[in-house]
Design a protein around this ligand. Sequence first.
Ligand SMILES: Nc1ncnc2c1ncn2[C@@H]1O[C@H](COP(=O)(O)OP(=O)(O)OP(=O)(O)O)[C@@H](O)[C@H]1O
Ligand SMILES: [Mg+2]
Length: 262
Amino acid sequence: MKDTKVLCFANNKGGSGKTTTCSNIGYGLASLGKRVLMIDGDMQLNLSLSLFPEDQVLAMAGQDRNLYMAMKKQEALTDYIVHTPYENLDLIPSSTLMSGIEYELFTKWQREYILKKALKPVTESGIYDYILIDAPPTLGGWVINILCASHELIIPVEASPWGLFGLANMFEFLEEVKEMTPQLSLLGVVITKVDTRKNYFRQTLETLHQMKEVPVFDHYIRVDSSIEWAQDNSQPVIAYKKSSRSAKEYMELVKEVEQKCR
Ligand SMILES: Nc1ncnc2c1ncn2[C@@H]1O[C@H](COP(=O)(O)OP(=O)(O)OP(=O)(O)O)[C@@H](O)[C@H]1O
Ligand SMILES: [Mg+2]
């Protein structure tokens, strides 16, 4: 039985490409024959919306088989898995009630490890090669749970001045969380929404490369309207339009992620 790798996508900066990257890396790994479970950890339901139409996402969010209910009841996530329309790709859907997750965690014993414990039966079953968790744009007790449940962190960063500003907070937070979960490592920073015509992209790259201890993925993702059309169609862009520029870039990133996880 092979070990399951748990990767999470986090950055307190909103709109940095976390969900788009999580969804496409998950779909891309599944398309290469890997068995993948994705966990929607955000009340915005965006990861769920990248795989299912809105009415189905809202139905899942309103029933008791979603992440919020599993966390509230402290149950194993094994019973909360939903098959997606895609081969090798499953999902644990989110709920808008995740807005109250910090309150739910507050009263619980060992509250940083609720998600890790709920995930343990799934990882130990060995049915998945990868579990990918999409985090919300916050840095609180819930994101600590996500980091404590993960082996590797991927930080999507938008090539913009404020994108880099947010990154400093993220690194400080990460240093503190690492004391709680020494197994966690930073797989890399991936630069998203790149406009290669703008000089700021080069400045972003330079600034990141100056941070010697920060691994940066070789592949980056350029701005591409196909991403928005894919999301409008409730699909990852690789599934929606394999020939698009972003789909090809995401497939290259998938291979890089896979190599770095070996
Ligand atoms: N490469 C890209 N080209 C064009 N648009 C993109 C690209 N990547 C992401 N977007 C768009 O940018 C917005 C933010 O992306 P996404 O939702 O993935 O970020 P996020 O970090 O998950 O946001 P949040 O912090 O709200 O969870 C979305 O509207 C998405 O369609
Ligand atoms: Mg998101």
